[in-house]
Design a protein around this ligand. Sequence first.
Ligand code: ZN
Length: 243
Amino acid sequence: MTDELFREDARLASCSARVIAVDATGIRLDRTVFYPHGGGQAGDAGALTLGDGRQVPIIDTRKGASPGEIVHVPAPQADLSGLQVGSEVVAAIDWDRRHRHMRFHTATHLLCALIPHPVDGCSITAAYARLDFHMTEPLDKDALNAGLARLVAEAHPVTHRWITEDELDANPGLVRSMSVQPPRGQGRVRVMAIEGVDLQPCGGTHVASTAEIGPITVTKIEKKSAKTRRVVLGFAEPAAGGG
Ligand SMILES: [Zn+2]
């Protein structure tokens, strides 16, 4: 099992770690800041730096076959000869890329608040985010853009907490207030709150305040099918990075 440091602190850009396995699919570490592709959010890229200074570029992060397994996928030509079980490395993500994921991901929660319909698809990358809503009504791009601009300007704090299934069972009102229903069977659920705006179970990485999303716009609204409307988000200005 890998200690998932990104779950508690999405702003951690690097950590020291120990190699627990290396094979053709990739590298497993005892702890990591690399978010594995999941919940629609792209996996992190970055590098592992060995004790002698050599770097192994990581182009993607994926979940492995067993629960909790995180696979750091090296670049195809990467030299893995310096990586043995027990090797100490510094694992560092491409922070600018991840920060764009965090900004887009948090913005998709704002869309969930603005469009009260079930989500049946989601993709969050560094270049765009898209969300598919199960609905038949048309959507108004200008109204959505005005809503997003307002929620970003209002700088709502974004926080997470873990809730046990017993607490969920004891609080049907809490469950009802969530825009996405919590999964069951894992004992506890990570819940993301955008104060006064949105509450839903989510394991992804988010910014600390809606203000940190920055200028964002709906670039496209598509009718994907009779019962699906797709909303695509883009940044209104080049990202200034972050840190
Ligand atoms: Zn989320």
